[in-house]
Write a protein that binds this ligand. Sequence first.
Ligand SMILES: *[C@@H]1O[C@H](CO)[C@@H](O)[C@H](O)[C@H]1NC(C)=O
Ligand SMILES: *[C@@H]1O[C@H](CO)[C@@H](O)[C@H](O)[C@H]1NC(C)=O
Ligand SMILES: *[C@@H]1O[C@H](CO)[C@@H](O)[C@H](O)[C@H]1NC(C)=O
Ligand SMILES: *[C@@H]1O[C@H](CO)[C@@H](O)[C@H](O)[C@H]1NC(C)=O
Ligand SMILES: *[C@@H]1O[C@H](CO)[C@@H](O)[C@H](O)[C@H]1NC(C)=O
Length: 353
Amino acid sequence: MTTSINGPPLSFIVSFFLCAVIFRSGVVLCESVPGLYIFGDSLVDVGNNNYLALSLAKANFPHNGVDFPTGKATGRFSNGKNAADFLAEKVGLPSAPAYLSLVSKSKKLSSSNATVTGISFASGGAGIFNGTDELFQVEFYSLVHDQLVQQLGAAAAQTHLSKSLFLIIIGSNDLFGYFNKDSNVSKQYTPQQYVDLMKMHGLGARKFVVSGVGVIGCCPAQRKQNNTECKAEANYWSKKYNDGLQALLRELKSELSDINYSYFHLYDAMNGVIQHPQNYGITEIKAACCGLGNLKADIPCIPVSTFCTNRKNHLFWDLYHPTETASGIFAGIIYGGSPQFTNPMNVEQLVKA
Ligand SMILES: *[C@@H]1O[C@H](CO)[C@@H](O)[C@H](O)[C@H]1NC(C)=O
Ligand SMILES: *[C@@H]1O[C@H](CO)[C@@H](O)[C@H](O)[C@H]1NC(C)=O
Ligand SMILES: *[C@@H]1O[C@H](CO)[C@@H](O)[C@H](O)[C@H]1NC(C)=O
Ligand SMILES: *[C@@H]1O[C@H](CO)[C@@H](O)[C@H](O)[C@H]1NC(C)=O
Ligand SMILES: *[C@@H]1O[C@H](CO)[C@@H](O)[C@H](O)[C@H]1NC(C)=O
């Protein structure tokens, strides 16, 4: 799965071959995604937190992973795959491995097993404010960038990165944090994320896939505080946050004309599932599948908790996170969704942009 960047990278050979076939069949354009770089929180963590001794946000124990191909917990906050896994499948890449699974104790990437098909820096518990976790994702990406330049040469690294997708799913933890203390989130989040995106652009990123936050007030942890109904205040701030994020992206695009992005309206997509669950084969939108107590949200998904037998008809796996089924639905919309849910384009169009 991991392609050595010593010697010819397999992904380059494969994509060259595919292009040649497409070209011979008469299609002139060759579109492929060479790499998928993932930044974010527990919605897309593939196991970075397993390596953080002090992090409390871990999912490397049952019943997480019960539907993963190995049947084992991987560090994903899910019964199976998450949205990053499904998006990788859609663009024909292996799931991006967790950065910290590839590095030695010094946190430096070892060239022996570096990968050019993408890396995940996502970390459960991460927020846009860098104080929420010891893992500084953009800093780690900077090390990976330097290594790619070293291994491929500056020009090839630039080409690789300019065609790669940079998926960013983050923000929920800052909002949850906001409800717990009296911080002024709407004033603070924008500058830091802007700085991070500018840094990523400076390090070769050109195609961004950015998700807003979901209907946070409707997750089991919030619903249990309002007699199983959604918390209005949390949803109000989710919308505000998303408005700010979209304004930030428009500003970024006007400042950096050589980028393209796809914004995913997770809020609306999730609301669609909540309003019309039957359209998605889902019947349980309130209670978590795994946990204990009211809406299975009093106790999180830990080994002593119970979990539901039918995971496919639940929106939520645990008190905060979607099931594999829900993640698959969202990834499908991210990739091929209509302008109602993705703008100014979906990922299928972004790949060709
Ligand atoms: C990557 O390489 C390091 C050092 O050589 C090693 O400790 C680690 O187990 C390797 N990780 C994987 C996923 O192969
Ligand atoms: C991020 O971390 C740096 C260094 O630790 C600190 O100076 C800066 O204030 C932090 N930014 C935020 C928004 O917390
Ligand atoms: C947030 O900031 C605005 C403008 O700076 C201020 O008017 C408002 O009182 C602040 N809210 C809180 C909760 O601190
Ligand atoms: C609780 O739910 C009801 C019904 O949706 C809603 O009208 C009300 O605003 C909610 N209360 C809070 C505190 O969010
Ligand atoms: C991507 O960005 C470039 C540069 O701004 C622009 O010319 C192009 O039209 C964009 N692609 C799409 C599909 O919007």
